[in-house]
Every structure is written in structure tokens, then in C-alpha cells.
Design a protein around this ligand. Structure first.
Ligand SMILES: NC(=O)c1ccc[n+]([C@@H]2O[C@H](COP(=O)([O-])OP(=O)(O)OC[C@H]3O[C@@H](n4cnc5c(N)ncnc54)[C@H](OP(=O)(O)O)[C@@H]3O)[C@@H](O)[C@H]2O)c1
Length: 280
């Protein structure tokens, strides 16, 4: 049974991993979930778990018309959408030169344009309500990138830049915006959601090494999706909305190291950089 104070979540990519864990945590907290997946059977367990508080929708985020229709149906069914979670995404491993045009565009089609499709479909609803929390799953590759993750990191970095604007644009409309930055999490991501571009021997020591590293850490990632989902639900329950919510020790250390290195580089170049302005 949902209570009068329960929220409605709309979550993409609920077939597994973080999306499923967030849906389960929201249901456990007594909230309602409009869950999406690409295959019907992936929604059945969640609907069963939700006991009337979870409704499934088929959605491939690359289909903008489908996103508009599903968001409209979800809002009509639930009466409102309080929390939108853009979780659907997949990785592309390969040196920039190894990644074919098709692979690059497909990855952006899901990770960037898919996220944008869902946001643009949801905004008229959220703005109309004058409240709502837009949460999008980013990645460590958007904080500082590795050899072999250029395209995936670029798509996630584009998502991050988009959200910085969204936060400024949506604040006057009463809407909150948060980027969730997971480090390595023990989901199906490496096994199922990682495409490998055709390898070139020239990149064996960089992108190839990274691809090998990923296959070795599969199943041993430190991040626990259930604990991550609990923190996301807690953040929403407490009315908190940081622009960025890092998840896991790995990424907190990475953010600190990246910020420190950027500051050092700025200090090295600051005087020369300021010297290119017109004299005042
Ligand atoms: N796990 C990590 O270490 C990690 C770290 C940083 C960021 N992330 C991000 O976290 C998010 C969730 O990944 P995960 O780790 O939970 O992996 P996962 O278990 O493989 O889940 C990925 C989800 O995205 C869905 N998806 C992919 N393309 C889609 C599309 N075009 N339309 C709709 N759904 C689509 C998948 O659906 P199907 O089942 O139909 O394929 C699946 O539900 C992703 O955005 C990923 O980039 C993960």
C-alpha cells in the first residue's frame, strides 16, 4: 500500500544493476515506481516485488517518441513523477582510433541522446508540477578519463555539462538536479553492458590493457549496488540535492586527486594565462 506521502519514481534501465537496485530500494521505502526496461520479462519480478506499487513500461531510451509516450503514460498512471532516474547506459571500450563511427554514434545515442530524450520528455511534466528531482547516473570516466574509455567518458562528460546547465535552468522552476557518480560497482556492467571496439595491436599497451583490467575486476568491484541505491533513496527522502553525489571510496579518492592535480596545473599556468588579456 502506498501512503499519501509516498513519492513516485520513474527509473530507466531497471532490468539489472543499479537501476533495479534503486527501484527495489524505493519500493522498500514505501514509494511507487514506474520502472522501464527493454524486455517485458525484465519487469515482471519488479512488478511482483512492488505488489501494486510498481508499474513496468517498455522503453529503449534511444527512441524519443517512445520516451515521450511512456513518460506521459507514467505520469497519468501515477498522478505525478517526483523523482526521475536516468540510469540506462552502456560502456564502449577501445582506443579512440579503434572506435568505429557506428560504435561511437550508438554509444552517444544511448548515453547522451537517450538521457536527453528522457529529460526532454519529462520536463513539461516536472515543470508543470513545479517540483521534482532529476537524477542521472554519470561515471568515473567523466571525472578523469583512462586510455580505452574515451568515447564512453566523452558521452558521460557531455551528460555532466548538460546537467550543470539544467541545474541553473530548473532551479527557478522548483526542480532539483543531481549527477550520481559511481566508481566501479558490482553489477552486470562489465559482463553485459560493455562493447569492445575491434582491437588494434598499436593500442595493446593502453586500451587493450584497460580492457584486460576490466575483465579481471569483474565480480570484484568494491561498490555494492544495494548500498548505493539506499544512499540515493536516503538523499531524496532527506530533501538533499547535491549537484554531484559520488559513490564509493574509489571515486572520492579520484575526485580529490583530480582536483588537486588541476589546481597544481592552474597554479603553474595561471600567470601566463592571465597575461593574454588586454591590459586594463
Ligand atoms: N557498474 C559500474 O561500475 C558503473 C560505473 C559507473 C557508471 N555506471 C553507469 O550506471 C548505469 C547502470 O549500469 P549498471 O552498472 O547497473 O549496468 P547493467 O546492470 O548492465 O545495467 C545497464 C542497464 O541499462 C540498460 N540499457 C542499456 N541501453 C539501453 C537503452 N538504449 N535503452 C534502455 N535501457 C538501456 C540495460 O538494459 P538491457 O538489460 O535491456 O540491456 C540495463 O538495464 C549506466 O548508465 C552505467 O554507465 C556503472
Amino acid at each position: 500500500m502506498s501512503s499519501p506521502t509516498s513519492r513516485t519514481w520513474f527509473i530507466t534501465g531497471c532490468s539489472s544493476g543499479l537501476g533495479r537496485a534503486i527501484a527495489e530500494a524505493a519500493l522498500l521505502a514505501g514509494d511507487n515506481v514506474q520502472a522501464t526496461a527493454r524486455k517485458r520479462e525484465d519487469l515482471e519480478l519488479l512488478e511482483h516485488l512492488g505488489a501494486g506499487r510498481c508499474q513496468g513500461h517498455l522503453l529503449d531510451v534511444t527512441d524519443a517518441a517512445q520516451a515521450r509516450r511512456v513518460l506521459r503514460e507514467a505520469a497519468e498512471n501515477a498522478g505525478r513523477i517526483d523523482v526521475l532516474v536516468n540510469n540506462a547506459g552502456y560502456g564502449l571500450v577501445g582506443a579512440v582510433e579503434e572506435c568505429t563511427d557506428d560504435l561511437v554514434r550508438q554509444n552517444f545515442e544511448t548515453n547522451f541522446f537517450g538521457t536527453l530524450n528522457v529529460i526532454q520528455a519529462a520536463l513539461p511534466i516536472l515543470r508543470g508540477q513545479k517540483s521534482g528531482h532529476l537524477i542521472t547516473i554519470s561515471a568515473a570516466a567523466a571525472v578523469a578519463n583512462y586510455a580505452g574509455f574515451g568515447i564512453y567518458g566523452a558521452a558521460k562528460a557531455a551528460v555532466e555539462a548538460l546537467h550543470e546547465s539544467l541545474r541553473a535552468e530548473l532551479l527557478p522552476h522548483g526542480l532539483k538536479v543531481t549527477l550520481v557518480q559511481p566508481g566501479p560497482f558490482r553489477t552486470d556492467f562489465i559482463r553485459r553492458s560493455l562493447v569492445r571496439a575491434p582491437a588494434m595491436p598499436e593500442y595493446a599497451g593502453s586500451a587493450g590493457k584497460f580492457a584486460n583490467y576490466l575483465s579481471q575486476v569483474d565480480g570484484k568491484q568494491p561498490g555494492d549496488p544495494e548500498r548505493a541505491a539506499e544512499l540515493i533513496v536516503k538523499m531524496v527522502q532527506e530533501g538533499q540535492s547535491p549537484l554531484r553525489l559520488p559513490l564509493g571510496r574509489y571515486i572520492t579518492q579520484k575526485i580529490r586527486a583530480t582536483a588537486t592535480a588541476r589546481l597544481r596545473e592552474l597554479e603553474t599556468w595561471e600567470q601566463a594565462a592571465c597575461g593574454v588579456d588586454f591590459p586594463s
